[in-house]
Design a protein. Structure first.
Length: 94
């Protein structure tokens, strides 16, 4: 039988899975833009992994970020016109 904390953790995991991953990336880009004005790819990867490690970790290596996931989400967001920029100039919310 699971403890109350284990049930809460399971519920949180289900909630996290239900939200599109690129929504997390967009939120992080907006936060970096608001406080730093320089949302580089490296800063975005670092912030995404620190804030949502369970979403942005490498499969099988939970202590490392998966920058490929984040890059794919950034390009997806730029294609849908929710973000503009590139890997060289940085990324900016629209």
């Amino acid at each position: 039988m699971k403890t109350k904390q284990e049930r809460k953790d399971d519920a949180l995991q289900e909630y996290v899975k239900a939200i599109p991953r690129n929504s997390y990336v967009l939120e992080v880009v907006k936060e970096i833009w608001e406080y730093d004005k320089d949302p580089t790819f490296e800063k975005i990867v670092n912030a995404c992994f620190k804030k949502y490690p369970e979403v942005f970790c490498l499969k099988g290596f939970s202590e490392y970020p998966d920058s490929n996931k984040i890059a794919n989400d950034l390009f997806s967001l730029s294609q849908s016109k929710r973000l503009w920029g590139n890997m060289v100039s940085g990324w900016h919310p629209i």
